[in-house]
Each structure stands twice: as structure tokens, then as C-alpha cells.
Design a protein around this ligand. Structure first.
Ligand SMILES: Cc1ncc(COP(=O)(O)O)c(C=O)c1O
Length: 382
């Protein structure tokens, strides 16, 4: 098909120009920027490494969707052995159900009649499990599930030291478990407790000690519920920084780690097992001074709440500032190849929030564009 503008044939380069579906097979340096790249070999190796860890262990893996928000990656994790998917938001769960994921833990409280109604409806199409830490929420969930003729699984959220959501005592956890059994169309499944205060502790011994303390609180809650004569199937916790600690703790049945799939710069500084698979491809748009390089990617492309993102494969240069649409790089030595129009790759410091700024992933293998995937649950905050 010929593309015409004001009666004239457009130049070949413009005819070729596609906003999203860049031509498969092109070299990654030809991708328009800023672009969110996945090194597919590295991502697949991270998925395999984590899946292999759980082979032959009592605990299983239910990876967190909040990191990648991408259904095909969720399916890859399940193919590798994961028993289902964890997510934070109901909107994420809806995306997962639509793409055929069968078992979903929403590791968060779903509050408010509108959301609870959506959850009860969704539970007709998949095994839905939701975290609960209040009696009033259990009554609302039960009412909505009865109205839809569905069944909602519940896990009691136990605070294991992070001080976020979750029951603050074991007695409270037992009381909620009991109450859930007495209400129609709810199925008590177990307990969850996320040790987010432990996952980034650099010293492995300190991380292990603090994590064991957190795990012991969760397992004690599960044991107390069992002593009350109630079956506990799920005891869920764990992040990327603690998967091999919580994942080996006796009594824990599931791990919720998510970041391992891409291992951002912050996590790569804490544990070395997983390699950075994610990067932002940017273009140098200005070289105003000998030692200053400006790129086309700022805070609307990558986040910095976990510190500055890190340049990939360039020594003697550092990303020192992000404004809305600019990244400022300081050169400690002259790097002549960083001139206007050149491409620079940057590893996000926090993958989960950076990904949420993008519509698409560009999947790269051997430096060539292999696939473009939608970040389907981007912005699903409701
Ligand atoms: C409830 C819950 N579980 C698990 C995780 C684990 O995630 P990560 O692998 O990023 O440590 C998180 C992270 O925020 C979380 O909020």
C-alpha cells in the first residue's frame, strides 16, 4: 500500500515508520526511544532459576504479578512450575483471569461494595483467594459471593513485623479464621504475611535472622488456627530477597516473590542469583558540555524512589539527575562515542514502578527485536 501526503508519495523511511510494532528482527539500537527492553535470555534464566529452587521442596511458588503486569510472562512462570499468580489489585486479577490464569491470590484487602461485587463475579471464572484482616470485610465478601453464587477463598493477613496491613495478634487471626468458616460462600484457605521489612537487608545473616522471626509469627498463627480445629492449606509469604529463607522455613507453603523475574538495580545489589533483565533504551539528545550527556528519558520513563537507575555497560559515567523528560549523565572521563543520536541503556532501580510507566515491552534476544508485549495491567490500580 502506498502512503500519500498531499498527493505525494512519502519517503520510504516514513512509510516504514510504525509507532509500536517496530519491525521484528531489527537491531535493538534501531528501536525508537525511550523503550522498555527485556533481555529474554536473562528473564527466562531468572524464571528457570527460581522454579528450579522450588523443585523437590515442600514450599511452592506463586509469583507476584505486580512486577511485570504481563500475562505471557505469568504463563511462562506457570509453565516453569508456579502454582498460580499473586497480585496486589483486583484490576490486575481481572487481567489475569481474562488471559486464562486459574488460581489467583490477591495479597491485599479488597474493600468497598463496588470492588467486592467485581471480586464475587470474578470468582465464578477462577479460583480467587483474597487477604482479609477485618471481620466487617468477611461479612461483605460473604454477602457478595452469595449474591453471585460464587465462592471466595480467604487468607487471613497476619502482620509479621512490617507494620502495614494484617492482624496484630494471633488471637485476632484465629477469630477471623473461625468467622470465615461460619459465613456462606467463603472458603478459609490459610494465612499470609509479607516480610517486606527484611527483603532488602544486605547482610545475609541479619536478613536470615529477621526473616526467621517474621516467618515464625506466620507459622505460629497457622498452628494456632489448626489447634482450633481448622484446616490451613496456605501459609504464604516471601519476596525476592527472602525466597530462599522463607522458602525453606518449615510450615511455609507458598512464596510470593515477584522482582526476581527482572532483578532491578536495587535487588541486584542485595542478592546475586538473579541478573538484570530489564533496561530502558534512551537516545542522547544533547552533549552540551564535554562531561555532560543528556538523554530523552526522565521521570516519566523511569522511577527513582529506590535511588538512581544505573547505566548498563558504560564505565566512568553516571546518571546524576532525572527531570520529567531528561536524564543527565556525568562523564568522569571523555567518552567520545556518547554523542547526539547515540543510544544508552539504563537499568531501572525499581522495576515494578518503572514498568507501570510503559505500554509495551520490547523483547530482545541476541541484540535483535524478537517480540513486543503489552504491559496489559499497566495502571490497574483499582
Ligand atoms: C504482599 C507482597 N508479597 C510479596 C512481595 C514480593 O515482592 P518482591 O519480589 O518484589 O520482593 C511484595 C512486594 O511488594 C508484596 O507487597
Amino acid at each position: 500500500m502506498t502512503m500519500r501526503g498531499r498527493g505525494k508519495t512519502l519517503p520510504h523511511t516514513l512509510r516504514r515508520n510504525k509507532i509500536v510494532s517496530q519491525s521484528i528482527g531489527i537491531h535493538k539500537s534501531e528501536i525508537d526511544t525511550p523503550a522498555l527492553l527485556i533481555d529474554l535470555d536473562v528473564m527466562e534464566s531468572n524464571i528457570r532459576f527460581m522454579a528450579d529452587f522450588f523443585k523437590g521442596r515442600p514450599a511452592t511458588l506463586r509469583p507476584h504479578f505486580k512486577t511485570h503486569k504481563c500475562p505471557i510472562i505469568a504463563h511462562k512462570q506457570i509453565e516453569a512450575g508456579a502454582i498460580g499468580i499473586t497480585c496486589a489489585k483486583l484490576g490486575e486479577a481481572e487481567v489475569l483471569v481474562e488471559c486464562g490464569i486459574k488460581s489467583i491470590l490477591i495479597a491485599n484487602q479488597i474493600i468497598g461494595i463496588e470492588k467486592i461485587t467485581r471480586l464475587a463475579a470474578l470468582a465464578r471464572h477462577a479460583d480467587m483467594i483474597v487477604a482479609v484482616d477485618a471481620a466487617s470485610n468477611l461479612y461483605d465478601l460473604s454477602k457478595a459471593a452469595q449474591a453471585f453464587g460464587s465462592e471466595i477463598g480467604v487468607v487471613v493477613d497476619v502482620d509479621v513485623g512490617m507494620g502495614r496491613c494484617g492482624t496484630r495478634s494471633i488471637d485476632e487471626a484465629v477469630a477471623l479464621a473461625r468467622l470465615s468458616l461460619s459465613l456462606g460462600n467463603l472458603k478459609f484457605r490459610g494465612v499470609m504475611g509479607y516480610e517486606g521489612h527484611c527483603v532488602f537487608i544486605h547482610d545475609k545473616q541479619e536478613r536470615t535472622e529477621k526473616c526467621h522471626l517474621a516467618d515464625s509469627i506466620l507459622v505460629k498463627a497457622a498452628d494456632a488456627i489448626r489447634q482450633a480445629g481448622i484446616d490451613v492449606e496456605i501459609v504464604s509469604g516471601g519476596g525476592t530477597g527472602t525466597y530462599d529463607i522463607t522458602g525453606e522455613y518449615p510450615g511455609i507453603t507458598e512464596i510470593e516473590a515477584g522482582s526476581y523475574v527482572f532483578s532491578d538495580a536495587r535487588y541486584s545489589g542485595v542478592i546475586g542469583q538473579f541478573k538484570p533483565a530489564l533496561s530502558i533504551l534512551t537516545t542522547v539528545i544533547s552533549r552540551p558540555e564535554q562531561d555532560i550527556v543528556i538523554t530523552d528519558a526522565g521521570l516519566k520513563t523511569m522511577t527513582s524512589e529506590f535511588g538512581m537507575p544505573v547505566l548498563r555497560g558504560i564505565k566512568g559515567a553516571e546518571l546524576i539527575k532525572l527531570s520529567e523528560e531528561h536524564g543527565k549523565i556525568h562523564l568522569e572521563r571523555d567518552i567520545p562515542e556518547l554523542k547526539t543520536g547515540d543510544k544508552v541503556e539504563i537499568i531501572p532501580s525499581h522495576g515494578c514502578t518503572t514498568i507501570n510507566l510503559h505500554d509495551y515491552y520490547f523483547g530482545i534476544r541476541a541484540d535483535r527485536l524478537e517480540t513486543v508485549w503489552k504491559v496489559a495491567a499497566r495502571g490497574k490500580i483499582r
